[in-house]
Design a binder for this molecule. Sequence first.
Ligand SMILES: [Zn+2]
Length: 174
Amino acid sequence: MSVHLNEQQLAEWLLGSADAAVAGHIELCSACRHEADSLERQLALFRDSVHAAATRDEFAWMRQRAAIAQALRPSPSFTSLRWALAGSLCAALLATVMITQAPEPAALAPVHTSAADAADDALLLQIQSDLARPVPAALQPAQVIANERSARLQASAGGLGGNPVRSNRANHED
Ligand SMILES: [Zn+2]
């Protein structure tokens, strides 16, 4: 074999499927043996790069699966925060119900726990009685004068025989 091996024959030799003539040529021809070694190194580099890419892809997929699982699983802190928020909402709702359903302040029996509380209760009772009074305490003398005036007017009207307007109209009708 005078000519050197072509790429197909070199590939067959690398795959171990070359015939005896090709194997014999590589053993004798340093140029073809060098070519075969170079081709073998390139194939090895290609195989390593493919293996690295496959490994990197697998690792990337593992990280992707872990990230998805982490995103789908609620964190304990978020869960506790949600329960705390629900608890505070329930407390606020309960407080609102208790405030709206609380009995009237007048119906509450005063509970004296100290002298200061007793004084506060007395002040509250005084304010309550002042508010319940139709005329403020400062205007009570004026109310007395108004009552006296209305009483005298009623007495004079009674002395004239009732309502003067009504009696006049009765006289006209007669
Ligand atoms: Zn050769």
